[in-house]
Write a protein that binds this ligand. Structure first.
Ligand code: 5CA
Length: 446
């Protein structure tokens, strides 16, 4: 993409309505624009990051054996009456009447709808286990939408639902989700710690929230500092291997880590004093096991091996896809702007032409652009007639992890400059070597 043809409405001034850094930077970098309270348009740069996050979520869900699909945003109230949640859900649910005076609602979550799909099509234990998921917009009429996409009213969520014959199988699904979620967050450059939490309106006893530690987080959390040393890394996971998934789950959840809802001061005090931490965190996901809470009232039964009808054991599992954009920025920025982790960056690198209109500089930039594109990479080429300072400031603000700077002086010596956004360190090297280095960073080979 060439910046002269792109739509990147960056703001020079700090928007006054933004209270936290991610909201401020998303507005300044031209990623989002508020459409109404808690409702946002995703401008091209923001949309690109959102799609990258979605893709990682899809890849890791499919790797774990879960099946993608798509359910609508609008749902019939009748299904929610069956589960008993239509009256329970309260004012967070946006209720609408259609022209025939029928009650519909904008889905805040999908337990009822997926259970209806399941009961309409599955009748035997032989079709289990089954985990279906989708990535779809949700609406919750939050009392206080705030912090931009972090607490929106309309927000994008990945929600998945497992159907199993037994509690034991359903707990394997729980563990599978826990492991796949950690892997998902690590690919985005995030450490999200699973913490024991409260299940709220979804229900059930077993639930973990995934929290990214950040001072601006809305949740109060308590944990043993040793929990922050655990990483999944590049280990091989066999998602069909119950024992392995359980072992990883236990590794990540045995140390004390809880949100304030489940915090137990007496247990907390047993941790060695130097390791006791209380902090704030951003909730980027939550997993639940709730057994037959929906299958029983809604009649989602299967025939078991003994011929008897039994309600299926279920759980649901959510990732805050749009909230993650803000969470990543909270975890990765400096006073100049965003610093994207390579896994989610909207463009792989920037190309800054210090002297637009100079034949040699223009030609060198075009060649870099073509070489990177040929490797399947997406560079953002700042080809505007702007001062170098302005170009650097834009690149720093939008946070591409790598920048190649091209100018007549360097080209005389056959070099361009490759700069890391994270460290600020620069290196002079030939254009070909710069392309090779960037290709290596993103695992592309020519
Ligand atoms: N049905 C279950 C799991 S699919 C469910 O709805 N879980 S949830 O309520 O915990 O939501 C899942 C994730 O969505 C949360 O962890 C959070 O990251 C994100 N989320 C929830 N509410 C909002 C909101 N108002 N704005 C942005 N993200 C939100």
């Amino acid at each position: 993409m060439r910046l002269s043809r792109y739509f990147l409405p960056v703001l020079k001034e700090n928007p006054s309505e933004a209270q936290i850094v991610s909201h401020r930077l998303m507005l300044r970098a031209g990623m989002i624009k508020q459409a109404a309270a808690g409702i946002y348009s995703w401008l091209p740069l923001g949309f690109k990051v959102l799609r990258k996050i979605e893709n990682i979520v899809h890849e890791e869900q499919i790797r774990a054996g879960h099946i993608p699909m798509l359910m609508p945003t609008l749902q019939s109230a009748d299904l929610w009456r069956e589960s008993g949640r239509y009256d329970d859900y309260g004012q967070e649910m946006l209720r609408i009447k259609d022209r025939h005076d029928r009650d519909i609602l904008y889905g805040p979550t999908n337990e009822e709808l997926i259970t209806d799909i399941f009961r309409g099509h599955v009748s035997s234990y032989k079709d289990l286990p089954l985990t279906l998921y989708h990535i779809q917009w949700k609406f919750r009429d939050e009392i206080r939408p705030r912090f931009g996409v972090m607490r929106g009213r309309e927000f994008l969520m990945k929600d998945g639902y497992n159907f199993d014959l037994t509690k034991e199988d359903a707990l394997h699904a729980y563990n599978r989700h826990l492991v796949s979620y950690i892997r998902t967050y690590e690919r985005m450059g995030l450490q999200a710690i699973p913490m024991r939490a409260d299940s709220g309106p979804i229900g059930g006893d077993d639930t973990h929230e995934f929290l990214v530690l950040a001072d601006t987080g809305e949740s109060e959390v308590f944990y043993d500092s040793a929990v922050t040393d655990i990483r999944l890394g590049s280990r091989e996971i066999d998602y069909d291997d119950k024992a392995q998934c359980q072992a990883v789950m236990e590794e990540f959840t045995s140390l004390y880590a809880r949100t304030d809802e489940t915090h137990d001061e007496a247990v907390f005090q047993q941790i060695p004093e130097g390791r006791r931490r209380s902090a704030r965190g951003i909730e980027v996901g939550q997993i639940f096991y709730f057994g037959t809470k929906y299958s029983e009232p809604m009649g989602a039964n299967v025939q078991g091996p003994d011929g008897k009808q039994v309600p299926v054991h279920m759980g649901s599992h959510g990732i805050g896809v749009s909230r993650l954009v803000g969470a990543i920025i909270e975890a990765s920025h400096d006073d100049k702007g965003i610093i994207w982790p390579e896994g989610v960056t909207p463009f792989h690198c920037g190309i800054v032409n210090l002297k637009q209109g100079d034949d040699e500089a223009d030609a060198a930039c075009e060649q870099l652009y073509a070489a990177l594109t040929a490797l399947g990479l997406e560079p953002l080429y700042d080809d505007r007639n702007e001062r170098a300072g302005g170009k650097f400031a834009t690149m720093d603000l939008i946070g591409l992890p790598w920048r190649i700077t091209v100018g007549p002086r360097g080209l005389k010596n056959g070099v361009v400059e490759l700069t890391s956004r994270r460290t600020g360190e620069s290196e002079e090297l030939s254009p070909e070597a710069a392309v090779r280095q960037i290709a290596g960073i993103y695992g592309r080979t020519g």
